[in-house]
Design a binder for this molecule. Structure first.
Ligand SMILES: Nc1ncnc2c1ncn2[C@@H]1O[C@@H]2COP(=O)(O)O[C@H]2[C@H]1O
Length: 781
């Protein structure tokens, strides 16, 4: 192994050796190449004529087996150069004279040597490449998990969806074990551990096991000093205590023998899952020594000293690493690590008090229970009384009995010192934990207060203040931070992308637009998305504004408004919809918004700024095309819709106007009417006209009173707009607002034809309805 690595290592002294060898033995004249056949001849000659020289050379070759990289590269270059030269000149540069024989032999030796070296190098490189490949095939480390496409973080749509469907079931090593069915169940997981043979230290199964071992450790920590000092172990309950002790020992043993040696570990950034390696890794650790020591069977000495000699179990306390490991792992795993940290600090405090209580009781029994006012009187529950005393002294709360002897004074001094130093540190830690846990909330509250104070100073209307408050509340509820970027900015770019993808994956997987986009583009875009929250009724963008950003709906609904006065809902967009891209891409040659978009309820959107979008898609022409195509589709859709609307309105047009003086009835008609019977159809027709005439007449309505706003200023036949105020009772006794359509001009000679009208807006104070009518004069005078 050592020789091999020495051979592979390439060092400079060897280069010197080869250089000196070349210098001493070879001084090739320029252009003294020999061809292949000559080379063979020369080799033969060399073998025949110069055995000593060759052996010398061979020995030198052996010494320079580990050719330095620099030299090897140079030699390779030389060789390549030589080969190239030889291609062109070999036919011309022949072995010229016998005086060059020696140099040619050396040349051949050199080439042979270089060939060997190249072969050796190739072999070494191949082996190294294979080794690296094998490593890369190992399972990824947690830090690479999120970016591993195999793991489902590939942003291309199909894997995206696949990722959502991925189960947590880790397939067992196929070489050793078939995949475990139903691996979600506890037993499935246990089986999977058995099949995999090694354990992932970050998995729940291992942490659950750690919890069990930690409980055993706590049991030992608490019970050993307790039973050693307090009279809680009696002849009757000794078997129970022993059973508990040995159960804990059994768990210790299982941990040391079967669990810890199977733990995967990280080496050079890769998880090592080979059982022999994991075992070796554990054995080499300091923890292993401590674990083995903790299992020291000193209890065998019970046979000599008796079972009440609990100090023999003190080595069990050496397994403290498990306690720390458990809390560290849980700290990384749970959503509120503050609780875990508090629990750990509290455990330390309680344990110190426990030890102090045991010491106080031991001291009291040594001095004699109740012998003076300081020692424990022996009345009541000894443990509770002593624990109370220890708490008082450690925290310096309450009145402590005065020590009467030096030993007692010494004990009290130690207790107080412990209280001052150790407890002060622990309580300080607790305060830090609480402050950290609530810091973001405190900051949020401060910000809200500042914002409201500012608005109050500026006399901002109350309803607006209420909206701001609502925004703060909703944003906090949704994100638990007001400045997401502050947290993210501390992370490396790669990790930020991974997190962003993980966070936004649900939404992005629903964005139809991204289904056809390049994955790399998505990775770029995802970091540039900024979350924004809109309240019900908020306008996200308005028609005609300059478009500076586009949006993706994360949650909630937004409405695209269009038509006259933007009262028509063109579309309701939900999760995964994209809007605002038309003006960004300046499709119709203009960068204005083509529609108004407003939030229906509370909406969570992602915003993508124009500059970011342009920067990202600059290198992705395909994506640009897709975006443009989709934008064009929308524009076309809107245009079609507008055309259809116009058509419908034209179909529904109503001609209204003032009654026009009927022309004088011709005399002939009067004569005919006198002749025909009064009830006959002819008389009816002559009197009331045909059906169609009647219909038209009926639509000539006696409408609203004229208002000053009624103006028709256009030329004959040219449509124009006019605002009519109509009283509902005047408008054909109708009550509905849409009857504003029937508003007319009061001009005697004028009929107006409504070709467009705006729906009812609302009634004014004087009980009139306002509507906008587009008219053109049908006839006049
Ligand atoms: N008919 C429609 N259906 C859905 N979305 C639309 C429709 N018309 C316009 N939009 C979107 O509303 C956006 C308004 O701003 P833009 O014009 O930038 O981009 C527009 C489109 O993304």
């Amino acid at each position: 192994m050592a020789t091999k690595s020495t051979a592979e290592r390439m060092v400079y002294p060897e280069r010197l050796e080869l250089d000196s060898l070349i210098k001493i033995n070879r001084q090739p004249p320029a252009g003294s190449w020999c061809n292949e056949s000559q080379l063979c001849d020369l080799q033969e000659t060399r073998q025949q004529r110069r055995p000593t020289e060759i052996s010398g050379l061979q020995s030198v070759e052996t010494t320079i087996l580990g050719i330095p990289m620099l030299l090897s590269v140079r030699s390779l270059d030389d060789l390549e150069q030589g080969n190239a030269d030889r291609q062109s000149t070999i036919s011309t540069n022949i072995y010229r004279s016998s005086s060059d024989e020696n140099s040619c032999i050396l040349q051949a030796d050199g080439q042979l040597f270089i060939r060997q070296r190249i072969r050796h190098l190739v072999r070494a490189f191949t082996e190294r490449a294979q080794r690296i490949r094998r490593r890369l095939e190992l399972p990824p480390t947690p830090s690479t998990v999120s970016s591993d496409p195999e793991d489902g973080n590939d942003l291309r749509p199909p894997p995206l969806f696949r990722r959502l469907q991925l189960t947590n079931c880790e397939s067992a090593d196929s070489s050793t074990c078939a995949p475990v069915a139903g691996c979600h169940s506890f037993w499935g997981r246990i089986k999977s551990i058995h099949c995999n043979r090694t354990l992932d230290p970050q998995r729940y199964e291992y942490i659950s096991w750690l919890f069990v071992v930690m409980l055993c450790y706590m049991y030992n920590c608490w019970v050993i000093p307790l039973r050693n000092t307090f009279p809680y172990q009696t002849a009757e309950n000794t078997p129970i205590w022993l059973a508990l002790d040995y159960s804990a020992d059994a768990i210790y043993f299982l941990d040391v023998a079967f669990i810890k040696p199977r733990l995967k570990y990280l080496e050079e950034g890769f998880w090592v899952a080979d059982l022999s390696l994991t075992r070796r890794n554990y054995i080499q650790k300091w923890q292993f020594k401590m674990d083995v020591l903790s299992l020291m069977p000193l209890d065998l000495l019970y046979f000599i000293f008796g079972t009440e000699y609990l100090m023999l179990r003190i080595p069990r306390l050496l397994k403290i690493q498990t306690f720390w490991e458990f809390f560290d792992r849980v700290d990384n795993m749970v959503s509120s690590p503050y609780v875990v940290r508090m629990a750990r600090t509290l455990t330390y405090m309680l344990y110190l008090i426990h030890l102090n209580a045991c010491a106080y009781y031991a001291f009291s029994t040594w001095k004699g229970l109740g012998t003076n006012s300081w020692v424990f009187s022996g009345k009541g529950s000894p443990y509770i009384r002593c624990f109370y005393f220890a708490t008082k002294t450690a925290t310096s709360i309450g009145k402590n009995p005065k020590p009467e002897t030096e030993e007692e004074s010494l004990f009290m001094t130690c207790s107080w010192l412990m209280g001052v130093f150790v407890f002060a540190i622990l309580i300080g830690q607790m305060r830090d934990i609480v402050v950290t846990a609530t810091r973001s909330q405190t900051e949020y509250k401060k910000l809200v207060d500042e914002a409201l104070e500012y608005m109050r100073c500026l006399n901002v209307p109350n309803h607006l203040q209420e909206r701001v408050k609502l925004w703060f509340t909703f944003t906090w509820e949704q994100q638990h931070t007001l400045d997401e970027s502050r947290i993210m900015d501390t992370l490396p770019h790669k990790m930020k992308t991974d997190i962003a993808i993980n966070v936004h994956i649900q939404t992005l997987s629903k964005v139809q637009l991204f289904h056809d986009c390049d994955e790399a583009l998505l990775r770029e875009l995802v970091l540039k998305l900024r979350p924004v929250i809109f309240l019900p009724g908020d306008f996200i963008c308005r028609k005609g504004e300059v478009g500076k950003q586009m949006y993706i709906v994360k949650t909630g609904q937004v409405q695209v408004m269009g038509g006259e006065n933007e009262s028509e809902v063109l579309a309701t967009l939900t999760e995964g919809s994209v809007f605002g891209e038309i003006s960004l891409l300046a499709i119709a040659g203009c960068n204005r918004r083509t529609a108004t978009v407003r939030s229906r309820g509370f909406s969570n959107l992602f915003v993508l700024r124009k500059a970011d979008l342009n920067e990202a898609i600059a290198y992705y022409p395909d994506a640009q095309e897709i975006l443009k195509k989709k934008a064009k589709q929308l524009i076309k859709q809107n245009a079609d819709r507008e055309r259809n609307n116009k058509k419908e309105q034209e179909m529904a047009e109503v001609i209204i106007g003032n009654r026009v003086e009927a022309p004088e009835t011709p005399r002939l008609v009067h004569t005919v009417m006198q002749v025909v019977p009064a009830n006959s159809p002819t008389a009816h027709l002559l009197k009331y006209g045909s059906r169609s005439t009647r219909r038209v007449n009926n639509t000539w309505l006696n409408c609203a009173q004229p208002t000053t706003e009624n103006q028709v200023v256009d030329h004959v036949g040219v449509p124009s707009k006019l605002t009519a105020l109509c009283r509902p009772m005047d408008v054909c006794n109708s009550e509905a607002s849409h009857q504003c359509n029937h508003a007319s001009h009061n001009s005697d000679q004028m009929q107006v034809k409504i070709i467009n009208s705006m729906p009812h807006i609302g009634n004014n104070e004087d009980n009139t309805f306002q509507c906008m009518v587009t008219v053109h004069r049908e006839m006049s005078q």
